[in-house]
Design a protein around this ligand. Structure first.
Ligand code: MOS
Length: 745
C-alpha cells in the first residue's frame, strides 16, 4: 500500500527542518577542530616525499630547536602503537579500519605522503614550520601507480549461475566492453581532525568519525588500553562521504602524542594529506559481457572487475553488489580481482561497489538497447526479475518498474527521438539518457535510550552520528512520534561513545537501524511512566492498574477516556518525586549488515533521467536537467530526504564530468591534491533537479518501513549522463570522467 493511503503520522513523514540548524547557522555548533583545551598543542605530520622505498635517516635536530616546539616524534619516540584486529561485526564490538598498519610501525614507505614523523608545537604555524624543517633521506625505488590494471590476485567468483560463456556464444546480440573509473577522493569541506586528551588513564578523543563506536574500539586496540578507557566524540561533521567511516592514522598519532606529552594535542590534516592518506575510491576497470535474444531478453551477463589496492591492504570495491539482483538473467558470472599500487589505502566512498558497478552495467544496458533497437526503459522492463535471482529469495519491496514509468512521465521521455543528435533546443543539441539504480537497504545493530523528564521534555540518546544528513532530526522525530511530542520538546543526543552503542553513519543504514531501537526505548519509557502513575501516592491514578492507563500526546489518562481528562507526564513525574523515567531499546542488524541469513533481499531502487546540452562549435557540454525517482520505502522526513538525493545527484554530475585523482608516475604523488585542481561539481554545474519518491513502506526492514537514502541518488548518475552524452554526440564514453577531448570527433 503506498504511504498516501495510510493513516497519517504526526511527526514522521513531515518536512521537518533540521533541529540542529540554528546551532549551525549561528556558528554555535562546535566541529572537531573547534575544540580548545588549556595547554593544548598542535601536531603536524611529516609526510614522505617518495611512494616506495625506505627511510634512511630522519634528522630532527634543527626542527627540535625551533621556537615553540615540544617534540618531534618518530618511530623511536612515539611509544607503542599496535595494529587493531579487524572483525566482521557491525555492532557494538565491531573493529574495522582500512589502513591496518599502525602509523610509524616500520621504516618502509609504501605510498606518497605516508606519515614518517610528527612535529608538535605551541601553535599550528610553529608545528608546520618544524615539520618542514625535519630532514628525511630515503632509499628510493620506483613506485607503481600505473593506471592500467591487470588482475594481480586470483579472480574471485562473487556470484555465479547457469553457463554464461555458452549462452553468450550462442546469442544473436552481444555487448563486450570495458568501463573505467579513475580514483576519486572524498572532499568534504571539513578536513579530518583529531583532538586528543589523556588524563593518565583515559583518552578523550574528539574526532571526525562516521562511527564513534568503531573508532573507540579500534583506537583502544591501537593504544593498548581497555575500550572503557577511550571516549570518542563527534557532535557535528562537515560531511564525510565514507572517507570518515574508519579511523585513519592521524588519529592514533594525535592520541599517542597526547600520551607522550601529557597535554591535549590537536591534529588537523591538510587538504593535500586528505588525498594521500585518508582514503579514496580506487581505480576500477570492469569488463562487461551481455547477450540477449532479438526481442531483448537477457541470456547472459558477465562482469569482471579489477580495482587497485594499496601494498598492504586488500580493499575490494564490491562492484557486483547490485548486479546479481538487478535483472532477470539465467546465466551470470561476476568476478573480482585486485591490483597492488603504491597508493594509500582505498576506502568506501558514497555507494561503494554498487555505484561504480552500475556505471558499468547501466552503460552496457544502454549499449545493448541500441544494438537491439529497443528503448532503454523497455529493455529494463523486459528483464525485470520476479525474485532476487542471485540470492534466490524474494525482494522485501521492489518498485523499480514504477520508478521507470514515473520518471519517464515526469521527464517527458515519450517525446525522445532516439536518433543521435536529432533533438535541438535554442540551437543546442540535446542528449537524453537514463539509467536504473539500486542500493542495499539494511540496518545495523542499534541501542538507544529515551527519557521523559520533569521539565516536560524528552531526551533520546544513541551513539550514532549526524554527518550532515539530518540524523539529529530523525532521532528527534522518532522519539517525538512515539511520545506525541513536538520536536522542540525533544532533545536528541548522539556522537559520543558514552551513549548507548549506535550505528555507523554509513551504508545508508543508520536511519533503518534507529527506527526499532528508538521506538522500543520510547515505548519502555512510557511503560515506566504508567507504572509510576499507578503507584505514585498523590497521583489520581494511584491504586489503578498500569494496564488500565494509557499515554497519549504527553498525557496519562484512563483507557477509554480522552487525553484531556488525564495528567501531563511531567506532573506525574513530580507527583512521584522522580526527575525522569527512561526506557532502553535495542535491535539487531538485519540484511547485509546483520549476522543472520536474510529471508528477503532488501534494496532501494530508482531511475535517473538526464538531459545534457551539447554545443559542438565550442565543445561545451552541460547537464541541463535531472529527474530522479526513488523507491526507498517510507520517507521519514521529505525535506532531509530530498536533500540527500539532490546532494547525491550533484556528486553524480561531478563523478561523470570532473572527478579524477591523478598520480604522478615519477614519485607516486596525487598531483591534483587541492580544490583548484581536483574538480567537484559546483553550483554553476548544477541545473534544476527534480526528485520524486514512490513511497511503499518496507516493513520487512523495520516497523515504519524506512530504508536509507544517503547513497542511492548517486547510483545511476554516471551511466545516465554517459548515455545522454551518447544520444547527443554519438560518442560512447567508457572512461570517466567524460572529457571534452573525448567528444571532439
Ligand atoms: Mo557511506 S561510503 O557508507 O559513508
Amino acid at each position: 500500500m503506498p504511504v498516501t493511503e495510510r493513516a497519517p503520522m504526526s511527526v514522521i513523514g513531515k518536512a521537518q527542518p533540521r533541529v540542529d540548524g540554528p546551532l549551525k547557522v549561528s556558528g554555535k555548533a562546535l566541529y572537531t577542530s573547534d575544540h580548545q583545551f588549556p595547554g593544548m598543542v598542535y601536531a603536524v605530520p611529516v609526510c614522505s616525499t617518495i611512494a616506495k622505498g625506505q627511510i634512511q635517516r630522519i634528522d630532527t635536530s634543527a626542527a627540535e630547536k625551533m621556537p615553540g616546539v615540544h617534540a618531534i616524534f618518530h618511530r623511536g619516540t612515539i611509544g607503542t602503537l599496535s595494529r587493531a584486529v579487524v572483525n566482521h561485526e557491525f555492532g557494538a564490538d565491531m573493529v574495522r579500519l582500512d589502513e591496518k598498519r599502525a602509523p610509524l610501525e616500520d621504516d618502509v614507505i609504501r605510498y606518497h605522503g605516508q606519515y614518517v614523523a610528527l612535529a608538535v608545537a605551541d601553535t599550528f604555524e610553529q608545528a608546520t614550520a618544524a615539520a618542514d624543517a625535519v630532514k628525511v633521506t630515503y632509499y628510493e625505488q620506483k613506485p607503481n601507480v600505473d593506471a592500467h590494471l591487470a588482475p594481480e590476485t586470483n579472480q574471485k567468483v562473487e556470484s555465479e549461475r547457469g553457463d554464461p560463456a555458452k549462452a553468450y556464444g550462442e546469442a544473436e546480440i552481444q555487448v563486450d566492453q570495458t568501463y573505467d573509473l579513475p580514483p576519486e577522493t572524498h572532499n568534504p569541506i571539513e578536513l579530518h581532525a583529531s583532538v586528543a586528551q589523556w588524563d593518565g588513564t583515559t583518552f578523550t578523543l574528539h574526532e571526525t568519525s562516521q562511527g564513534v563506536v568503531n573508532h573507540r574500539n579500534v583506537l583502544a586496540q591501537m593504544l593498548g588500553v581497555p575500550k572503557e578507557h577511550v571516549r570518542v566524540i563527534t557532535k557535528f561533521m562537515g560531511s564525510g562521504f565514507g572517507g570518515k567511516l574508519w579511523p585513519w592514522t592521524q588519529s592514533a598519532l594525535a592520541a599517542a602524542a597526547a600520551r607522550q606529552l601529557g597535554r591535549p594535542v590537536k591534529l588537523v590534516i591538510s587538504r593535500r594529506m586528505m588525498f594521500q592518506s585518508a582514503g579514496h575510491r580506487p581505480r576500477i576497470q570492469q569488463r562487461m559481457r551481455l547477450s540477449a535474444t532479438r526481442d531483448g531478453k537477457l541470456t547472459s551477463l558477465r562482469q569482471d572487475w579489477v580495482n587497485h589496492t594499496s601494498i598492504l591492504d586488500d580493499y575490494k570495491e564490491n562492484c557486483g553488489e547490485a548486479t546479481a539482483h538487478m535483472y532477470s538473467v539465467p546465466n551470470l558470472r561476476i568476478t573480482s580481482a585486485l591490483a597492488r599500487r603504491n597508493v594509500g589505502s582505498a576506502t568506501s566512498m558514497r555507494g561503494p561497489g554498487a555505484v561504480p558497478g552500475l556505471w558499468a552495467t547501466e552503460s552496457a544496458m544502454d549499449e545493448l538497447a541500441l544494438k537491439l533497437g529497443i528503448d532503454p526503459i523497455q529493455l529494463r522492463l523486459i528483464n525485470e526479475p520476479a525474485i532476487d535471482e542471485g540470492l534466490k529469495i524474494p525482494f522485501s519491496s521492489r518498485h523499480l518498474k514504477e520508478c521507470l514509468s514515473t520518471g519517464a512521465e515526469k521527464f517527458g521521455w515519450s517525446r525522445r527521438n532516439p536518433k543521435v543528435g536529432s533533438m535541438k533546443r535554442d540551437e543546442l543539441t540535446l542528449g537524453w539518457g537514463m539509467a536504473a539504480c539500486s542500493w542495499i537497504a539494511a540496518r545495523f545493530a542499534c541501542a538507544a535510550t529515551v527519557e521523559l523528564r520533569d521539565d516536560g521534555t524528552a531526551r533520546v540518546s544513541c551513539a550514532t552520528q549526524d554527518i550532515g544528513t539530518g540524523t539529529y532530526t530523525i532521532l528527534a522525530q522518532l522519539a517525538g512520534e512515539r511520545l506525541g511530542l513536538p520536536l522542540d520538546k525533544v532533545e536528541a543526543l548522539l556522537g559520543d561513545t558514552l551513549l548507548p552503542p549506535g550505528p555507523l553513519s554509513g551504508g545508508s543504514g543508520a536511519t533503518a537501524a534507529m527506527v526499532p531501537a528508538v521506538l522500543k526505548a520510547a515505548g519502555k519509557a512510557v511503560d515506566s511512566l504508567l507504572a509510576l502513575a499507578s503507584s505514585a501516592r498523590d497521583s489520581k491514578f494511584a491504586g489503578s492498574n498500569a494496564s488500565d492507563l494509557e499515554y497519549t500526546n504527553g498525557r496519562v489518562h484512563t483507557k477509554g477516556e480522552p487525553a484531556s481528562s488525564g495528567i501531563a507526564f511531567e506532573d506525574i513525574l513530580r507527583l512521584g518525586s522522580v526527575s525522569a523515567v527512561s526506557g532502553a531499546g535495542s535491535s539487531e542488524g538485519r540484511g547485509a549488515f546483520g549476522t543472520k541469513k536474510p529471508m528477503f533481499s532488501s534494496h532501494s531502487f530508482g531511475a535517473q533521467f538526464v538531459e545534457v546540452t551539447w554545443q559542438p562549435e565550442i565543445a561545451r557540454l552541460r547537464v541541463s536537467r535531472v529527474v530522479t525517482v526513488i523507491d526507498a520505502g517510507r520517507i521519514l522526513n521529505p525535506l532531509a530526504g530530498r536533500n540527500q538525493i539532490e546532494g547525491a545527484v550533484v556528486m553524480g554530475i561531478g563523478m561523470s564530468l570532473f572527478e579524477e585523482t591523478s598520480y604522478d608516475p615519477r614519485n607516486g604523488a596525487p598531483i591534483n591534491s587541492n580544490l583548484a585542481d581536483y574538480i567537484v561539481a559546483a553550483n554553476a554545474d548544477v541545473p534544476a533537479l527534480e526528485v520524486h519518491f514512490v513511497e511503499y513502506p518496507d516493513t520487512k526492514l523495520n516497523e515504519l518501513g524506512a530504508r536509507g537514502i544517503g547513497e542511492i541518488g548517486l547510483a545511476g548518475m554516471a551511466a545516465a549522463v554517459a548515455n545522454a552524452v551518447y544520444h547527443a554526440t554519438g560518442v560512447r564514453v567508457r572512461e570517466l570522467p567524460i572529457k571534452i577531448e573525448d567528444l571532439l570527433t
